[in-house]
Design a protein around this ligand. Structure first.
Ligand code: TNX
Length: 531
């Protein structure tokens, strides 16, 4: 949050606020820039504007939800919560008595197989807005579209006297990929539960449905493990993190609270415990995990590839099983990520031995293993998902794994790494995979990016945000936005609906929304930012 934006918002709201029942059109209040049905990010599958129609929210607008569906009711409550501050309207959430649309209706209906679990249909007439979906997840996606169809003032955190109009027409929408992810590294610098929740709020708006948390690394251990308590008290304690200024960890309770907060927004948390490399924080905390029994010093630099768990010692597998068991117990989602990247000081034979012992442990605790793409070298069972972070469009071992039946998450570092600088002047971030401007992050096709890895093999797309240089929410926001919106569109919208020229216009219209919320985004010169 930028403090300045918050102050301005409050001051403006105080000077313009009128009673909740005043009709905005009669108070002569300024309306903000028109929002069109075609402005949505990520681009919907089909959009049919109706210039004759528009719906205007009033102080009497109800939010009607599918009767007897607690989940639909919950989606209605979240929508009401998001619209109440700026409108000042009560927006009661009530059961829909009939399917006759008036007000805002969220209805579970059979809208067909094509729309699937997360698709939705939204119709806007003079009488109301009706969102229909097969599941509550689809209704939630529809409500995120609706928020973008209201004027940008809707993002204000205090009452505005704007005309709250929604453009008329129909949108039919469903995702291209089942997995649409963002990763946050809380190991290099810890980020607090509130910061993580703010990030979740922003992800949900762009229909991202997975949050991968990178919980452990050389510089810090950020998730409480009861059977190895010093991991967090020492490994996540004072002085840990890059430059020694990233201390902190999530208690089990805090982690579970984040998982639940994300789940309410239809986001699944994917925890990552990186191994056998990227483990210096564990190795320096527990001497017995080292082959020579001597704990190395803690590290606060940014080097990678120098640490490894001891492959030949039994205690390694007791440790790994304890950690996997405890993290699995806290994780309702299907996936557990075990890293496996940059194990440069583990021999290929040891890497294989290690993964062949550890992967069955992940399955024993009911989870589907995820690993960075190196994991395919261990020839794991095909249920293991490989996350591709390379910069090349050719990777024979990945193509072979796909031929054996593996699914892939596309996170090419030179396209999706949100920690890469935009240009040489970017004050934060790294540049080992190159500079990534918004257009670079947008103009590629996850379905044919790597030779031999076709659309069907791609489970989804994820944008990782490594935090060696990032200490605050402002830092996270500056690197993530606007590129995260670009990656979200790659993951959600059909390839045919994507076009840079149209995208930059739509993206430019997000600016007043981000500003209103105090999101510290990068004003790329490639984008026509709206005031
Ligand atoms: C490579 S990508 C890493 C991380 C670093 C990142 C910085 C990957 C699987 N490993 O350890 O944080 O580069 O961009």
């Amino acid at each position: 949050m930028t403090g300045v934006a918050v102050v301005l918002t409050t001051a403006l709201a105080m000077t313009t606020a009128t009673s909740a029942t005043a009709d905005p059109s009669s108070t002569g209040a300024a309306t903000s820039a028109e929002t069109a049905l075609t402005d949505v990010v990520p681009a919907p599958v089909e959009v049919f504007p109706d210039a004759e129609a528009e719906y205007r929210l009033t102080p009497w607008t109800p939010i009607r939800t599918e009767p007897r569906s607690a989940e639909a009711h919950k989606v209605g409550l979240l929508l009401a919560e998001s619209l109440r501050p700026a409108t000042g309207y009560p927006l009661p959430v009530v059961p829909a008595r009939s399917h006759k649309p008036s007000g805002i209706s969220l209805l579970l209906d059979n809208v067909g197989d094509t729309l699937g679990r997360e698709g939705y249909r939204i119709e806007v007439t003079d009488d109301g807005v009706t969102i229909r979906a097969n599941t509550a997840a689809g209704l939630f996606a529809g409500t995120q579209t609706l928020r973008q169809l209201l004027p940008p003032d809707i993002e204000a955190n205090a009452r505005r006297t704007t005309a709250w109009t929604v453009p008329g027409g129909t949108i039919i929408d469903h995702p291209r990929f089942a997995y649409r992810g963002a990763m946050l590294d809380i190991a290099r610098h810890f980020h607090t539960p509130d910061e993580i929740k703010s990030y979740i709020d922003e992800l949900a708006r762009f229909k991202i449905n997975h949050l991968h948390l990178h919980l452990t690394d050389d510089q810090g251990w950020r998730i409480e493990i009861e059977s190895w308590p010093r991991l967090t008290t020492v490994g996540g304690g004072p002085g840990t993190g890059v430059d020694g200024v990233g201390a902190g960890f999530l208690t089990k309770e805090q982690y579970s609270d984040i998982v639940a907060y994300a789940a309410d927004r239809y986001i699944t948390v994917v925890p990552e415990i990186d191994m056998p490399g990227h483990t210096n924080s564990a190795l320096s905390t527990y001497a017995e995990l080292n082959c020579d029994g001597i704990a190395p010093p803690p590290r606060t630099d940014m080097a990678v590839g120098y640490s490894s768990l001891c492959i030949g010692k039994e205690i390694t597998y007791e440790f790994v099983e304890d950690v996997i068991r405890e993290v699995s117990e806290l994780t309702p989602g299907p996936y557990l990520h075990i890293g496996g990247d940059e194990a440069h000081v583990t021999t290929p034979e040891d890497y294989r031995l290690f993964m062949r012992r550890v992967l069955p442990i992940v399955e024993k605790y009911g989870k589907r293993p995820f690993g960075w793409n190196e994991i395919v070298r261990a020839e794991p069972a095909t249920a293991t998902v490989a996350q591709y972070w390379g910069t090349s469009t050719d990777n024979a071992e990945l193509a072979d794994a796909v031929a054996r039946g593996h699914r892939v998450i596309m996170s090419p570092a030179n396209k999706t790494y949100l920690d890469m600088k935009y240009n040489p002047d970017t004050p934060l971030g790294l540049s080992w995979a190159g500079y990534i401007e918004v257009r670079d992050s947008y103009e590629w096709n996850p379905g044919d990016h790597v030779t031999g890895v076709g659309e069907d093999a791609v489970l989804g797309v994820e944008a990782p945000l490594w935090s060696e240089t990032l200490r605050s929410s402002d830092h996270i926001e500056y690197m993530a936005f606007p590129r995260l919106a670009a990656v979200a569109e790659l993951a959600w919208s059909p390839q045919e609906a994507r076009d840079w020229t149209a995208f930059r216009e739509r993206l430019g219209k997000q600016a007043p929304r981000w500003e209103e919320r105090g999101i510290d985004f990068y004003r790329s010169p490639e984008v026509p930012w709206q005031d």
